[in-house]
Design a protein around this ligand. Structure first.
Ligand code: MIC
Ligand code: SF4
Length: 642
């Protein structure tokens, strides 16, 4: 039987398990990346494992999220990460060099390699034919130490593209179309492989936009073949030697095939507050726009911004719209400057921000009260922009630029002819903002510098046979990690300070949760479908751990968050009968019993002592996961403390 592209890479990197969908497999990891908001924790965890140098082919530490530096915290964390990178053998991408996924694609991504990153949009690398996955910081720490990365062998979904995109329609519209078809949970447990004649019309940055937003489908990752288009981009980056061809076999078998005709797509938007709430630009054209933000790891490539510059050229941004443009990398920004496109953007009245995540993670540029903000980003979860009642729509760069000019949501096809852009044959290569690691001998003499904001992380206790706890929080479907552990300019600087962060846990849903959880001492959270979707931030597990959360019982979980809970020693359980969700209530006294046996059999009983009922739960844990839970988390398991 033939293999899909992902199966080929998995086969080459398989160190444990069988390639049977649903079974746990372990993969050798060639490359890792971290960003600063998850990186401090990942390096603290790496240090706690006690391995002196990273053992991957390449590991890069990026600074791109926490660049506001409104106090000493971010700056101290940058120094901590930089000094750790120097000592432990990583490349360090300095603040201002760009967003991790964009820079990694430009300078380091290699077809056929495995990459895990402590950021959920790591699948951006799938645009260049990598098997690239988002993971929690602890998993990245273990991989940096040479350990394998464990996932459930995914199912394979193929998206077969035909036709070619019409003028004014772009890769973002492909992402939004697949979200319309599959929804934010439609990719869970699957790898999405893009193929068909239509892919020959898509450039690598366009492919990367599509694999980037595969994250919003809940997919394990997304991948494109590596072909002549991939070769050309690697050559343009002076990395032709990194090219290898990669394609699926003719007789590869997929669990599902979805057809999309690119020629039929229209400009689309994801409406508040979910990336799968899709409408056409035509339908929404009466909505007035207050703010437009162009950038993020989804849409900040040179091609995207040249297009934006061409649309804005010689025109003025509508007086009631505030437009920001954040280039994805120093390479993009300096090439925009060299060809004059940056002047066109500035002349239109746009505000040019630094090459970083910026508004995407609420690091400034929050919209006005109830303001309508059009963003070329990938997430529009409630409150994520920093304004609780902000109305965020996800759009393509074309819709963003057109709407910034008119002041209303605009179908760009109404603007007449779409400007053509030309990409240079060679990109401008200047890696001055990448600091190299020290050699092994020098590294021994170096010290890692820690500021006062770095606090120890909470440690889980080995699991006991019985857990008594209070149900301190019951939430609904599609709870995101932005609900569990919000980000934004005010809180993000404290990613190395779990006690401080804990004050904001679940703040969007219920501000009293942290106090109530602390008072209860031991807590169970109950959730609905797709609990923990979104970010890879392990803080959404470590902070609940700190607050005494012992188990989360939900209808279903998002992949990375379920792994993070187990790594933190918290039990993720599902209801055997989803309707039992309705039987339990906040403040009920609960007991989980027979856990040692239950871990093995997968059947765990939850006793609701307040209601005097028993509820059947399912906990399907691999042997390794059982050991992690019994040891009290991944780090203790890895170090063999128990
Ligand atoms: C995000 O887009 O939510 C983030 C911020 O990049 C996160 C990582 C984090 O929370 O630090 C992600 O996507 O994993
Ligand atoms: Fe940064 Fe936004 Fe991309 Fe997350 S989604 S890595 S915050 S640009």
């Amino acid at each position: 039987m033939g293999l899909t592209i992902a199966q080929k890479i998995i086969k080459e990197h398989l160190v444990e398990g069988e390639m049977i969908a649903g079974q746990e497999i372990a993969l050798r990891i060639d490359q890792t990346l971290t960003q600063d908001a998850t990186g401090t924790m990942a390096y603290l965890e790496f240090e706690s494992i006690g391995i002196p140098r990273v053992r991957t082919e390449l590991s890069v530490a990026y600074i791109d999220h926490n660049t506001l530096q409104s106090g000493f915290e971010n700056a101290d964390d940058h120094i901590y990460i930089q000094s750790a990178a120097k000592k432990y053998g990583l490349r360090f991408s300095r603040p201002g060099n760009g967003i991790c996924h964009q820079v990694h694609l430009e300078r380091f991504g290699k077809p056929g390699k495995t990459l895990i990153g402590s950021d959920s949009h790591t699948p951006t690398g799938g645009g260049i034919g990598m098997l690239a996955m988002g993971a929690g910081g602890m998993d990245v720490a273990v991989a940096m130490g040479g350990g394998a990365y464990y996932i459930t062998m995914p199912k394979m979904i193929k998206v077969n593209l035909t036709g070619s995109l019409k003028p004014w329609v772009s890769a973002k519209d492909v992402s939004l179309e697949i979200l319309r078809i599959l929804s934010v949970k439609g990719g869970v447990g699957s790898i999405i492989e893009w193929g068909g004649e239509g892919i020959k019309t898509l450039t690598v940055p366009q492919r990367a936009t599509i694999t980037n937003m595969g994250t919003e489908l809940g997919a394990t990752t997304s991948i494109f073949p590596s072909d002549e288009i991939t070769r050309a981009v690697l050559e343009a980056q002076g990395r032709g030697e990194d090219y290898i061809p990669l394609a699926s076999d003719e007789d590869a078998v997929y669990d599902r095939i979805i057809d999309i005709n690119l020629s039929e797509l229209k400009p689309l938007l994801a409406c508040p507050h979910s990336p799968d709430n899709i409408k056409t630009a035509e339908e929404l054209s009466s909505i007035k726009v207050d703010q437009v933000c162009i950038g993020s790891c989804t849409n900040s490539s040179l091609a995207d911004l040249l297009k934006v510059a061409a649309i804005l050229k010689g025109k003025t941004v509508h007086e009631s719209v505030s437009l920001s443009v954040s280039p994805g990398s120093k390479q993009v920004l300096s090439m925009l400057a060299d060809c004059g496109a940056l002047s066109d953007i500035l002349a239109s009245g746009a505000r040019v921000l630094e090459c970083a995540c910026g508004p995407c993670i609420g690091m400034g540029f929050s919209p006005n009260s109830a303001g309508v903000s059009l963003r070329t980003f990938n997430r529009n979860f409630e409150g994520r922009s920093g304004t609780k009642d902000g109305q965020v729509y996800l759009v393509s760069p074309e819709v963003a630029a057109a709407s910034a000019l008119t002041g209303y949501i605009t179908d760009p096809r109404t603007l007449g002819e779409c400007p053509e852009i030309e990409l240079p044959e060679k990109f401008k290569i200047n890696d001055s903002a990448i600091v190299l690691p020290a050699d092994v001998e020098e590294a021994k003499t170096l010290e890692v510098k820690r500021g006062p904001n770095i606090k120890p992380f909470p440690e889980a206790m080995p699991l006991e046979d019985k857990v008594s706890a209070r149900l301190t929080l019951k939430v609904g479907d599609n709870i995101t990690t932005d609900h569990i552990m919000p980000a934004g300019a005010k809180i993000l600087p404290y990613r190395s300070n779990i006690p401080y962060l804990s004050k904001f846990c679940f703040g969007v849903c219920d501000e009293s949760f942290p106090e109530r959880a602390k008072a209860a001492g031991s807590t169970v959270i109950v959730g609905g479908i797709n609990y923990g979707q979104g970010s890879s931030r392990e803080h959404a597990a470590l902070v609940p751990l700190y607050l005494g959360v012992r188990a989360v019982v939900a209808k279903s979980f998002a992949r990375i968050h379920a792994a993070n809970l187990i790594n933190a020693g918290i039990l993720p359980l599902t209801f055997a009968n989803p309707e039992d969700y309705d039987k339990v209530e906040q403040d009920d006294e609960l007991e989980l019993v027979g856990l040692y046996e239950g871990l093995k059999s997968g059947k765990i009983t939850l006793i609701d002592k307040t209601k005097n009922i028993e509820i059947a739960c399912v906990g399907e844990f691999s042997d390794r996961q059982q050991k992690i839970l019994l040891a009290g988390g991944l780090l203790k398991y890895t170090k063999g403390d128990n």
